[in-house]
Ligand binder design. Structure first.
Ligand code: 6PG
Length: 473
């Protein structure tokens, strides 16, 4: 019997995806560069379903029914190119190669174009949910041609997470669209994690809570509107004690690492001209935490003279600040998806992105139902912030949000995510921004011109002479 699908690259993500396909009743060809991994998989999990082990690329390709569906699960970057080159030579027109790694969408666009010339479909697909997700149901974000989705989509949907009976998998858009939205997903993931970390820090340093008490607060929040995977694991982590008896969170070195997807999000946002300060602050906060040298040098700098002490009603306020800031970072993420779609010609359904992130992925949250509803009600929503329901919630939260940012500043507890989110909110709703002054400065020192509020045209003031205004059209 020929296999329905093949997976090459059997490290933990590849292995778990292959098992997931097999457990769903698909016959899966499995291949790994070092064949021992393939044998181990079949030895350990062969009873879970129908596996067809292949020792060589030729054998692997020959095991697949046509059009062939081949999933590559290797390290992003050069290893992915090497594997694609190796297999592309063995494939025929109409076959499909899916890359399920965290590839940069530019690489995916390049690979898709190159393979398209040979008639092979290349599907760059975001997969979120870590090891557990890969095995039990991830959120899957495939790009590539609509035609490839007709062949590959049903298999992917069958192994994805499901929420209310709907698969957390949809055709995102052509070529690199899937990897693009996975990148934005990770940017939002960074922002969520940073906001949660700030909330914890405030509960502890401004609210005087011990980690296990903060865990209870997070557990409570997790049964309300903040209900989400990341809030849930935060409660678990904060409740966990190390073997030494100390709170686990106190024995972990406070330097957060990153493999690059958050940084790509910010890079790309800068290129697209989309403001994503919430995501950027989260990336920079990780970067700052890793600068042991700078932090060491700054240890002697003075902090505020006021002491911490208990702040009344802090936990309730922090919940409001966290929720409002979260709305802001999701709004920024969705703006970025819309901008990417416009730039690259992808027809991305913004409501569907919320739909496929409701389950399986790291940012899964009850809240995504609301985002979906907002874009369904108005697909052309310029920003989530102006959806009537979110706008009302932001209004209800804003006093608490402002108190939290003020408390953080007063006590010297850094809250870059909360502050950046609030500044974004206040900037967008401002009737006039001091950008007018910036533009005037540009005109003065560089004759960069300006437009006026009261009539059309482009102008320059002769700052160097008698300051009369000239038309610069
Ligand atoms: C997911 C995660 C996954 C991984 C990130 C973490 O959606 O399942 O985002 O892709 O955890 O690569 O990225 P950092 O190592 O940069 O934190």
């Amino acid at each position: 019997e020929k296999a329905d699908i093949g997976v090459t690259g059997l490290a933990v993500m590849g292995r778990n995806l292959a098992r997931n396909f097999a457990r769903r009743g698909h016959t899966v060809a499995v291949h790994n560069r070092t064949p021992q991994r393939t044998r181990d998989l079949v030895d350990q999990f062969g009873a879970e379903g129908a596996f067809v082990p292949a020792e060589s690329p030729e054998e692997f390709v020959a095991a697949l029914q046509r059009p062939r569906r081949l999933v590559v699960m290797v390290k992003a970057g050069d290893p992915t190119d090497a594997v694609i080159d190796e297999f592309a030579a063995l494939l025929e027109p109409g076959d499909i190669i899916m890359d399920g790694g965290n590839a940069h969408f530019d690489d995916t666009r390049r690979r898709e174009a190159a393979l398209r010339e040979r008639g092979v479909h290349f599907v760059g697909s975001g997969i979120s949910g870590g090891e557990e997700g890969a095995l039990h149901g991830p959120s899957i974000m495939p790009g590539g041609s609509a035609e490839s989705y007709r062949t590959l989509g049903p298999l992917l949907e069958s192994i994805s997470a499901h929420v209310d009976g709907e698969p957390c998998c949809t055709h995102v858009g052509t070529d690199g669209a899937g990897h693009f939205v996975k990148m934005v997903h990770n940017g939002i993931e960074y922002a969520d994690m940073q906001l949660i970390a700030e909330a914890y820090d405030l509960l502890r340093r401004a609210g005087g809570l011990r980690p296990e008490q903060a865990a209870e607060v997070f557990a409570r929040w997790n049964s309300g509107r903040l209900d989400s995977y990341l809030i849930g694991i935060t409660a678990d982590i904060l409740a966990h004690a190390d073997a030494s008896g100390k709170p686990f969170v106190d024995v972990v070195l406070d330097q957060a690492e990153q493999k690059g997807t958050g940084r790509w999000t910010v890079h790309t946002a800068l290129d697209l001209g989309v403001p994503v300060p919430g995501i950027a602050e989260a990336v920079f906060a990780r970067s700052l935490s890793g600068h042991a040298d700078l932090r060491e040098a700054a240890q002697g700098l003075a902090g505020p003279t006021v002491g911490a002490g208990e702040v009344a009603g802090l936990a309730e306020d922090v919940e409001q600040a966290l929720y409002a800031s979260k709305i802001v970072s999701y709004a920024q993420g969705w703006n970025m998806i819309a901008a990417g779609a416009a730039q690259y010609g992808w027809d991305i359904d913004l409501a569907a992105m919320a739909s496929i992130w409701r389950g399986g992925c790291i940012i899964r949250a009850a809240f995504l139902d609301r985002i979906r509803a907002a874009f369904r009600a108005n697909p052309a929503l310029p920003t989530l912030l102006v959806d009537p329901e979110f706008a009302a919630e932001l209004d209800a939260a804003q006093d608490a949000w402002r108190r939290v940012v003020a408390t953080a500043a007063r006590l010297g507890v850094p809250a870059p995510g909360f502050s950046a989110a609030l500044a974004y909110y206040d900037s967008l709703r401002a009737q006039r921004l001091p950008a007018a002054l910036v533009q005037a400065q540009r005109d003065l020192f560089g004759a960069h011109t300006y437009r006026r509020t009261d009539r059309d045209g482009v102008f320059h003031t002769r700052w160097d002479t008698d300051r009369h205004e000239e038309s610069a059209d």
